[in-house]
Design a protein around this ligand. Structure first.
Ligand code: LLP
Length: 431
């Protein structure tokens, strides 16, 4: 459930008409609903209330400072995968003591920064990384808290591009190697094993795979007891899916209840790393219809939003719901529309790539100048946007009731080349 609803055929973000937001702030425009985000935060916290836990929001899903600040104020932790993400969390008011650090290729300076900030835990993804962390910890004179990110070889049954828990994926350390690495950690005074971690994939729409993975982590937990290693947390990663179209993922409560049931007799905190389930449906991308054109085969609805603003459809073929800001009736339809007033459109952007689309084969009753909303755009939307075709990044707005706050200014064209140099000018500098 979210707080983007129609009233009298007009789409609202909480209590504000989305058309008014475009009027005021331009388009394309990301709009987030604070109430929706808080609802999701509460859902995860409530689901885990019966056990010690830490919800570590996966910053990569949406790293806007304002969003991170709301999450930090709610008391949640964070899962980061770069120094940049960690610095964002700190800039947003989060505490490193509630941050875990994942990622298959952490640089030495990133490890150093994380340890200096007294990060909660580093999730280790290779034997070489383990030695690197030990070396850095020794140099800094600290003991590094670590967990092995176990690759349990469990099929998350999701899109292959976002599946991470199989042996063919680059992520984590094979289950069968994990015990040996925990022995190495145990024998190393610069390291302390504080947890067991896994993350098997994203947009999972059933609870089965995470249960299978949890069972593997529990098996490892008992093996660790056998070698005298007692970890304080088990981290089941992120991955809970959302409804973009007709998917029916379990609720956070259903998803986590099954995990808690498995862990009920084990004295550990449960960590999880939700990204998408927290923010996807808390955000929409608003875009304006620039032109409608047709040929003998297709109708194109050309909008001012593109794959540079929202790459998921182009990159993964993801289906995202596109709805009009005002619902027009069948009596207010263009010539050639069906009995419901719709025409079948490919909703495409201005970028010079055939794959620049936001949706294909969509039934819409729209006019040039209308506003469309891409729903479920709060996760992996703005964070994956780019400046391709020298397009400035969108402005971003957070709505709270009847108030709208600009949480990111629209980039200006001049900002795009701020850090660039024309070579002749460099020569001038040295002459
Ligand atoms: N933890 C780790 C270590 C991760 O790699 C990820 C996501 C998460 C947590 C959060 O997963 P979530 O709860 O959001 O499913 N760009 C793709 C999704 C990539 C996910 C990468 N890792 C998309 O737009 O679908």
């Amino acid at each position: 459930m979210d707080y983007f609803n129609y009233k009298d055929n007009e789409l609202y973000a909480e209590e504000i008409k989305v058309r008014d937001l475009v009027e005021q702030y331009g388009s394309p425009l990301y709009v987030y609903s604070k109430a929706t985000l808080e609802r999701h935060l509460r859902a995860f916290e409530d689901a885990l209330v019966s056990k010690k836990h830490l919800v570590c929001y996966a910053v990569k899903a949406n790293s806007s400072l304002a969003i991170l600040n709301i999450i930090a104020n709610f008391g949640c932790g964070f899962d980061v995968v770069s120094k940049g993400e960690l610095m964002r969390v700190l800039a947003a008011g989060g505490s490193a003591s509630k941050v875990i650090y994942s990622g298959v290729g952490k640089r030495e300076d990133e490890i150093e920064f994380a340890l200096q900030q007294k990060i909660k835990c580093l999730n280790i993804e290779s034997e070489s990384e383990l030695y690197k962390v030990s070396e850095v910890a020794k140099r800094l004179g600290v003991v590094a808290p670590v967990a092995i990110r176990v690759n349990p070889n469990v099929d998350a049954k999701t899109h292959p591009s976002i599946s991470t828990g199989l042996k063919k994926n680059k992520f984590g350390i094979a289950f069968e190697d994990s015990l040996r690495l925990y022995q190495i950690i145990k024998d190393d005074p610069n390291l302390e094993a504080t947890g067991i971690d896994c993350h098997i994939g994203s947009q999972m729409t059933s609870g089965g795979p995470i249960i299978e993975a949890t069972d593997k982590l529990i098996e490892l937990y008992h093996q660790l007891e056998g070698i005298g290693v007692k970890v304080d947390h088990i981290d089941i990663g992120g991955g809970l899916g959302v409804t973009y179209n007709d998917e029916t993922p379990p609720s956070p409560y259903e998803y986590l209840a099954a995990v808690l049931e498995r862990l009920k007799d084990i004295d550990v905190s449960v960590y999880c790393e939700p990204g998408r389930a927290m923010v996807a449906n808390a955000g929409i991308l608003l875009t304006k219809v620039l032109y409608l054109k047709s040929n003998s085969e297709r109708n194109f609805c050309i909008v001012d939003g593109s794959m540079s603003d929202l790459i998921r459809p182009a990159l993964y073929g993801s289906w995202m719901n596109i709805v009009p800001a005002i619902k027009r009736g069948a009596d207010d339809a263009l010539e050639g529309s069906d009995s419901n007033g719709n025409k079948l459109y490919d909703v495409v952007g201005p970028i010079c790539e055939s794959d620049d689309f936001l949706g294909k084969d969509r039934n819409l009753n729209v006019r040039e100048g209308d506003v469309l909303a891409v729903r479920g755009a709060g996760a992996y939307g703005s964070t994956m946007s780019s400046n391709y075709n020298s397009r400035p990044l969108c402005a971003e707005i957070l709505v709270e009731g009847d108030k709208a706050f600009v949480i990111r200014d629209r980039q200006r064209e001049e900002d795009l080349w701020e850090n660039e140099r024309i070579i002749t000018k460099i020569e001038e500098q040295f002459s």
